[in-house]
Design a protein around this ligand. Structure first.
Ligand SMILES: Cc1cc2nc3c(=O)[nH]c(=O)nc-3n(C[C@H](O)[C@H](O)[C@H](O)COP(=O)(O)OP(=O)(O)OC[C@H]3O[C@@H](n4cnc5c(N)ncnc54)[C@H](O)[C@@H]3O)c2cc1C
Length: 646
């Protein structure tokens, strides 16, 4: 066990998950939950940060239930939340294909796919609710792809052997978000939801240890404002942009979660990052964004590299017997549809062997020639047309004629604020939903399960559990002036501090350098030596940031450099915690691959005896070592085994 980087704290427990058969736990919890009388709901105020699939669905449902909701996002419209980028689909155990799917199978595959680092109770509830989500979205008019007979169509995603992914071409997130947005706007129209676009939450208002509101900055005119409530919900998305280059929307950040963390919300498994195997490779230093090619493409695309290293022939000139379809070779039962962590590492390995393709040798082929031959170009176009078009626009190559070139890139963060079965953080009254929490995916998320989780949280879980909190804390009363003033002062002084440095280096140059350190030492493969190095480099760069960062303009105006500087300042602190987490977890599991912990075939080797727990970190103050609280994981229904997709 590595020490000297953190302190050990008391173990924690998820005290809200009821005992009893797993199929009955959610029904039991809902029945135990205290209810808020319908007539009283409109007197109760709930703040929601975020309007993506998690926040949008929560706002619509809580508004419909009659609560008074105030909802914030930094984009100019709720419809522009990062969720709109989701391409491939959403999982649900409907078994429309009659191919052996069931709630239990989805539950089992999610626990296994997460490399046995998630909670059984949560995952089972998610699998169960998945079926309701599809019904709800269809009722809203979400145009899922259909088969000839009218039933909803399905395709396969990685880590599963059934077809359970519902989709709307390559625009599933957009269509689901439009559904949630319509439902939300209906509540805006009804007066139950007040929307505040172009507002960024910069701090939490705390009173008597509870979350009682937020301080936000109006991004148009820079005004600092406060809003108070009975409970606060963070639906603020993931933090993959700590790596600078990722497939996330440019604005995605950790600020809302991080400011809550500084007030006592534990941060769970921060180092569990998903590196997606099929992204367009980095093409040069000018880039600030990477583009995903949906995992759905692996249904029909075959991944390969030349058998011999340094082969620079055009793909069409490389004969079949000189190609290595390495995923099909190494993992014959799952083939191209192995989970993301496994496909990403395999791509890295063949590139490390010198067999990568394209500039710099950091790429592998994703080839549709067989699919086009088998199905015809029209069918392939109907399934993936918009993705092919996007690829061609970015690379200038036509993937109908020549294989796509792809390489792994940062995509999703399984870590996030720790929540219990009710999705409540360790700060009473602060709930966290969607990608911002750590809840269901363990050390590796299966494709098409993020949309499922965000909508399960927002449409079905939170609306039941938050009522219990509100009912049990009926007499909270108005928030005192001092709690509000303190929070506002913290925000103002951070802004003043950023503006007063007046240095000579751009915010972006710091972010890029931080991202480089993270990718190099806390990316696809992590070693003790590299992580220790990162722990030297990050604090030094953070100090330089506070001495040399240049933020021009004023606080009281539209100032995008200032927005970005605040986010990057939080990324610095988060990055250090991610490295500490990665360093302390000396096992490999899922997306966390420690080079020191692999089996003879180079596969991730877990250490269940020492690491079968959620690592939940407490903020101990600037420059102080974080405190580790462990939540033990118990597996009653899916016995941990060494994962095999062979
Ligand atoms: C390119 C791409 C494709 C994907 N495809 C799929 C897929 O096919 N299937 C799948 O299951 N998953 C997919 N994912 C993952 C999935 O899209 C995300 O995990 C999910 O959409 C996150 O939803 P969310 O509601 O939690 O957060 P987001 O959609 O990121 O929304 C966050 C919201 O919080 C707001 N916000 C954040 N911070 C603040 C703040 N400080 N103040 C005010 N507002 C704030 C933002 O304005 C925004 O409204 C994909 C991800 C990417 C990057």
């Amino acid at each position: 066990m590595i020490d000297g980087f953190y302190k050990s704290g008391e173990p924690i427990a998820d005290t809200k998950a009821p005992a009893g058969p797993i199929e009955e736990r959610w029904t039991t919890r809902k029945f135990q939950a205290k209810q808020v009388n319908p007539a009283n709901k409109r007197k109760k105020k709930i703040i929601i940060i975020g309007t993506g699939l998690a926040g949008g669905s929560a706002g619509a449902t809580l508004g419909e239930a009659g609560y008074h909701v105030q909802q914030f996002c930094f984009q100019d419209s709720p419809r522009r939340a990062h969720s709109i980028a989701a391409q491939g689909g959403i999982n649900a155990a409907k078994n429309y294909r009659n191919d052996g799917d069931s709630v239990h199978r989805l539950f089992y595959e999610t626990v296994k796919g997460g490399d046995f680092r998630s909670r059984e109770s949560n995952v089972h509830r998610l699998a169960d609710i998945s079926r309701n989500i599809i019904d709800q979205c269809v009722a809203q008019g979400v145009p899922f792809a259909r088969e000839y007979g009218g039933l909803l169509d399905n395709r396969s995603f990685g880590g599963t052997q059934v077809s359970r992914t519902f989709y709307a071409r390559g625009q599933t997130g957009q269509q689901l978000l439009l559904g949630a947005y319509q439902a939300l706007m209906r509540q805006v129209d009804a007066g139950n939801v007040e929307l505040y676009p172009r507002h960024e939450m910069l701090d939490l208002i705390m009173e008597d240890g509870r979350a009682r509101g937020v301080v936000v900055r109006d991004l148009i005119n820079g005004e600092i404002k406060h809003y108070t409530a009975d409970a606060v919900v963070l639906a603020s998305g993931g933090y993959g942009n700590v790596y600078f280059l990722s497939t996330n929307a440019m604005g995605s950040n950790v600020t809302a979660s991080w400011r809550a963390h500084r007030h006592g919300a534990l941060f769970a498994n921060p180092c569990f990052t998903q590196i997606h195997p099929t992204c367009i490779p980095v093409s040069g230093d000018h880039q600030s964004k990477l583009t995903l090619m949906s995992e759905s493409l692996r249904n029909d695309g075959r991944v390969w590299v030349p058998k011999k290293g340094g082969d620079t022939r055009r793909p069409a000139d490389i004969p079949e017997d000189e190609r290595d379809y390495y995923l099909e070779r190494i993992y014959p039962s799952f083939g191209n549809l192995v989970p993301r962590d496994i496909a990403s590492r395999a791509a890295k390995n063949v590139c490390d062997e010198g067999r990568g393709v394209g500039p710099g040798g950091l790429g592998v082929y994703l080839d549709f020639a067989d699919a086009i031959g088998r199905l015809g170009r029209d069918k392939v176009e109907a399934k993936y047309g918009n993705l092919f078009e996007m690829y061609e626009r970015i690379t200038g190559e036509n993937p109908y004629d020549t294989p796509m070139r792809i390489y792994p890139a940062v995509h999703y963060t399984m870590g996030g604020l720790w929540v219990d079965y009710d999705l409540e953080s360790t700060i009473p009254g602060l709930f966290v939903i969607g990608e911002a929490n750590f809840s269901d995916h363990g050390a590796n998320r299966l494709g098409a399960s993020a949309l499922m989780q965000g909508l399960a949280d927002g449409y079905f879980v939170l609306p039941n559990t938050i009522g219990d909190y509100i009912a049990r804390n009926d007499g909270l009363g108005p928030v005192g002036e001092s709690a509000v003033t303190e929070a506002e002062e913290r925000v103002k002084s951070q802004i003043d501090r950023l503006l007063s440095v007046d240095g000579d280096r751009s915010v972006d140059s710091f972010h890029r350098e931080l991202g480089h350190i993270m990718w190099e030492y806390c990316g696809m493969e992590r070693t003790e030596e590299g992580l220790r190095k990162a722990l030297d480099l990050i604090p030094a760069l953070r100090q330089e940031f506070w001495e040399r960062v240049r933020v021009t303009g004023k606080g009281e105006e539209l100032n995008q450099q200032l927005e970005k500087a605040g986010r990057v300042a939080d990324f610095f602190e988060l990055a250090e915690l991610m490295v500490v987490d990665a360093l302390h977890r000396t096992e490999s599991c899922g997306g966390h691959f420690r080079a020191e912990s692999q089996d003879e075939d180079g596969e991730a080797k877990r250490d269940d005896a020492d690491f079968s727990y959620v690592a939940a970190w407490e903020w101990a103050g600037e420059g102080e070592q974080p405190i580790l609280h462990k939540e033990a994981l118990n597996f009653e229904y899916v016995k941990p085994t060494q994962r095999s997709y062979k």
